[in-house]
Design a binder for this molecule. Structure first.
Ligand code: BGC
Length: 773
């Protein structure tokens, strides 16, 4: 089995490891209890003074901590280690056991717990979560010597998607297609509020990696292929989750997976990347920078290697880049088990102790261990005691973690109101989710078949027409998506079309296979919902060997086409799939994995109750061999499809039921400083007869830079609502810093700088010149 399917393999391996390291109940406690030997601090200790500055509180608390307490504070353990036997992992229905609370939070002084991809309390509803996190927190606050609250971490990457009863939103790749930071911020704010109400303080989101290689299994978790679009949206998630000041009401965000995770050479998750520093700096780091600038409290690290160095032990990436150049001041957390893997998988160091020393020295502040309580605490303690890891570096990491806990208000407000949790989760955000589906689905073909006419006889078919699991995708209750028998609120396309048909006097027949083909002959239109299933990525987390619609689904579309009835293909998938002839139907709508409100949002678009406005945040490959594909690739001099950018649908593609024109575009000043901002004013006219929203991308062409630059780069964008026959004005704000490139030869690694000279901005077919002085 590949390393990519790490979690299951790793869990099995660790079950064995735990027994041999002596953490199990039967083999007796192997942990030092240095904490117990120190006396409890007075009730009026400075760190307990809510009115004192955070820095002073941290300094006071740090000064009181034993080495064991410091070590535990920077290790994160999975929830399963608190279940009876202190060893279960990855399963739902966890009941917290007092013996394990004592071992993990008491003896080992662990400072943070996470639920890895599916771990939750029995019932898994909001109230059960609140009761469980309160119970854990109560032990930390009331039973440990210093009463330091725990930080609880969870993956909520498309709405509050780990809780039964919650509304599930489109994945990041879908939300990106709306080109709407305000929408993304609203979804994140709802998610943060749901998290905090259930006692979760840390949400492992946003994914700031770019989606440029559709083979890579976690492509759908990205905001697409462009650093400016992804940057604006990662900043929006950060603001939404954390609130204005990262205060007590909200949660900490985690920009992940720093950096280079999304472009493994092989296309397979968690395998190594080979990336020039220029590409890292000019293309892959900017979305992380945007999250950092928006105040992200934490950053999670890429599990794999870049240029042969595992990122978890790279001082260049974690210190020179992240701390010094990017100015990140918060907590750097490892990804799942990745410090241990420096030894066992990467074989870059010889022991867990050496791995701890290397990772913390490079800049890791917290280890997502997540299973081996005894082994991890021993390894980190030994790293410090041996002098391999300077005590000051451990203190610095502890200081950062404590600062975060104070900033989140956990010392003053450690518990949640169990009776109020459900109100923040159950059914919350259904309208917002429906709007998200409406604005993120992308209409790619329409020969006039859409919108569907009132009274139409509609056949609906296809493997994803009625599949809640497939429309949710991964990270829904479990990390690999819903398993059989799990129910979450879901409106499928069949449900949604039936509901809309009532409003439009239409009839809907749902059928499968040959029956569907037979029924198509009598229908006015056939809607076929194709795409991926959540288990289609045979290996790793959804990796695809070939990015193509399955042959049986292509055949289904061909058989429907052969009936002569117009066919509308709706794609529900985690990535653009090469469609062949199935992509040449009367109508084509890309809906991504749209979540709970899929059916309503898609039906609204098909019937014209909402006007499509989504635009591709990625390039849609024409053939499987096109991948990886992105609009910034330069064409080669063998002009033609083999070396041109020749996608089935380009970055930014998307149709509407109305037409738009950019009437005017101008800048306030034709000259701008390298650290200045361009305000580009545009006038957008809706020249059709339906109200609609228009996404307006602005591209920039650089002056001669001495480098082989992409022909154009996205510089900024806006999204404007314009009523039929009306005009609207909008301003696109473009920080000139976005034009920076890394100077120098092939080994260029200096700081990116903005080349001076004449630039051309292109918007809606209009060009505007700007000179950077
Ligand atoms: C994933 C992270 C996730 C973490 C915690 C890892 O396997 O790579 O994205 O946040 O698990 O569940």
């Amino acid at each position: 089995m590949r390393a990519a399917s790490h979690r299951r393999t790793a869990l099995a391996a660790l079950a064995v490891l735990v027994v041999v390291t002596g953490c199990s109940e039967s083999s007796g406690p192997a942990l030092r209890t240095g904490a117990a030997s120190a006396s409890a601090p007075p009730a009026d200790a400075d760190y307990r003074d809510a009115g004192a500055p955070v820095e002073a509180r941290v300094a006071d608390l740090l000064g009181r901590m034993t080495l064991e307490e410091k070590v535990g504070q920077v290790i994160q353990i999975q929830l399963g280690r608190l279940a009876p036997g202190c060893e279960s992992a990855g399963m739902p229905g966890v009941r917290v056991d007092p013996t394990c609370l004592r071992r993990v939070l008491g003896d080992a002084a662990i400072g943070s717990i996470l639920s890895g991809g599916g771990e939750g309390p029995a019932g898994n509803d909001a109230r059960a979560w609140a009761e469980m996190t309160n119970e854990i927190q109560r032990y930390a606050v009331e039973e440990t010597r210093l009463g330091i609250p725990i930080l609880y971490g969870l993956d909520l990457v498309h709405g509050p998607s780990a809780f039964h009863g919650a509304t599930i939103f489109p994945h990041q790749i879908g939300l990106a297609a709306a080109w709407d930071p305000a929408l993304v911020e609203e979804v994140a704010a709802l998610t943060g509020a749901a998290a905090r109400a259930t006692g979760v303080h840390w949400v492992f989101s946003p994914v700031a990696d770019l989606g440029r290689d559709a083979r890579w299994g976690r492509y759908y978790e990205t905001f697409g292929e462009d650093p400016v679009l992804a940057g604006e949206l990662t900043a929006a998630v950060t603001r939404g989750l954390q609130g204005d000041d990262g205060g007590a009401g909200r949660v900490a965000a985690s920009a992940k997976h720093f950096v280079g995770y999304s472009q493994p050479l092989t296309g397979h998750d968690r395998t190594g990347a080979e990336l020039p520093v220029r590409y890292l700096q000019d293309t892959l780091i900017p979305p992380f920078q945007a999250a950092v600038d928006a105040g992200a409290h934490t950053v999670m690290v890429n599990s794999a290697s870049v240029n042969g160095v595992p990122v978890h032990m790279s001082p260049y990436l974690l210190r020179t880049q992240l701390r010094e150049r990017m100015g990140f001041d918060g907590v750097v957390i490892s990804d799942w088990q990745d410090v241990r893997l420096l030894q066992t998988e990467h074989q870059a160091v010889g022991s867990y102790r050496a791995a701890m020393a290397a990772a913390f020295s490079a800049g890791i502040d917290m280890v997502m261990e997540p299973s081996d309580v005894a082994g991890s605490t021993e390894a980190l303690r030994a790293a410090v005691e041996s002098g391999d890891l300077p005590q000051e570096r451990l203190d610095d990491a502890v200081r950062r973690v404590l600062t975060l806990k104070f900033r989140l208000g956990l010392f003053e407000d450690p518990y949640v109101d169990e009776a109020a949790a459900a109100a923040a989760v159950d059914g919350v955000g259904r309208d917002l989710a429906r709007r998200a589906v409406q604005s993120s689905s992308v209409l790619l073909r329409n020969d006039g078949v859409l919108p569907l006419r009132d009274g139409a006889r509609i056949l609906v078919t296809g493997p994803n027409a009625d599949s809640p699991a497939n429309q949710m995708g991964n990270w829904t209750i479990y990390w690999r998506g819903l398993s059989r028998g799990d129910e979450v609120p879901a409106v499928t396309v069949v449900d949604g079309l039936r509901a809309a048909a009532g409003r439009h006097g239409a009839t809907v027949v749902a059928a499968d296979g040959d029956e569907a083909v037979a029924a198509a002959a009598d229908a006015d239109v056939a809607v076929v919902v194709v795409g991926e299933g959540i288990t289609d990525g045979a290996e790793g987390l959804n990796d695809a060997e070939v990015v193509e619609l399955a042959a049986d689904q292509q055949r289904l579309v061909a058989d429907l086409q052969a009936t002569g009835t117009p066919v509308v293909v709706v794609v529900v998938a985690s990535r653009p799939l090469v469609l062949g002839a199935a992509g040449e139907t009367a109508g084509l709508l890309m809906a991504w994995q749209p979540g709970t409100e899929a059916g309503n949002g898609i039906a609204d678009l098909l019937f014209g109750d909402a006007n499509p406005s989504g635009r591709l945040p990625v390039s849609w490959p024409r053939t499987p061999g096109d991948v990886p594909m992105f609009y910034q690739q330069r064409r080669g001099p063998n002009y033609g499809p083999s070396s041109d950018y020749d996608p089935a649908h380009p970055f930014g593609a998307g149709l509407s039921y109305t037409t738009f024109a950019v009437r005017d575009a101008s800048v306030a000043a034709p000259e701008v400083a390298a650290d200045g901002t361009i305000e580009l004013r545009v006038t957008v006219a809706n020249t059709g007869d339906r109200d609609g929203a228009h996404v307006v991308p602005v591209f920039v062409t650089h002056p001669v830079t001495g480098l082989a630059m992409p022909e154009r780069l996205l510089a900024g964008f806006t999204r404007v609502d314009v009523a039929a026959g009306e005009e609207a004005e909008a301003t696109v704000t473009i920080p000139v810093g976005r034009f920076a490139v890394t100077p120098g030869d092939v080994d260029g690694a200096g700081e990116p700088t903005v080349p001076t000279g004449p630039y051309t901005l292109e918007v809606g077919g209009r060009s505007v010149g700007v000179t950077v002085r």
